[in-house]
Ligand binder design. Sequence first.
Ligand code: NI
Length: 207
Amino acid sequence: MFSPRQRAVILFFALLLGFAIGYARVKLSPVVIQDVPTTASPLAGTHLGGPFSLTDQDGKAVTEKSWPGDYLLVFFGFTHCPDVCPTGLGKMAEALDALPAETLVQVQPLFVTLDPARDTAEQLKEYVKLFHPRLVGLTGTQQQIDAIIKAYRVYAQKQVIDGDDKNYMINHSSYTYLVAPDGNVIDAYAHDISGTDMAAKIKASVK
Ligand code: NI
């Protein structure tokens, strides 16, 4: 149908068009975060994380398998927390907003309460809304919470105020955990990381 010369011309213009489209996409897409060369999974093989059973903010039973194929981004805390949780969740939201859309859809952010006695599903639902529309709050029985605290090696220590058992704080560690689809923790971000750095690390780890 086409002579070899015509074919060569068509191929040339097809390639040119391909380069033009590629160039436009690179040039026009907003560069939100930089690719940072990192070892993708600094915690791989440490066996942090694993199975859990909890209740989500709608009262539905969930496990680590409830978001098949997704990476979980997990922060532990409690809704009465004056400082650490709002800062940590604010930073998590910043990181989520800095992720490219194709990475974001693979990441399920979770807030696990360390205070199941006060943090009901309804309470968590109202609270997580303040930070990010994709953030889901998880609670459970004290036994279920104790189990995930142990699996993730979270530090959590109740501190009663003025001898009133109902009035207490929970001193807690403040890592944000990245969990691979197999349920294992592959990275943990310290409290002082910036949102953009967290996003770059998440992007480097999500396959
Ligand atoms: Ni807190």
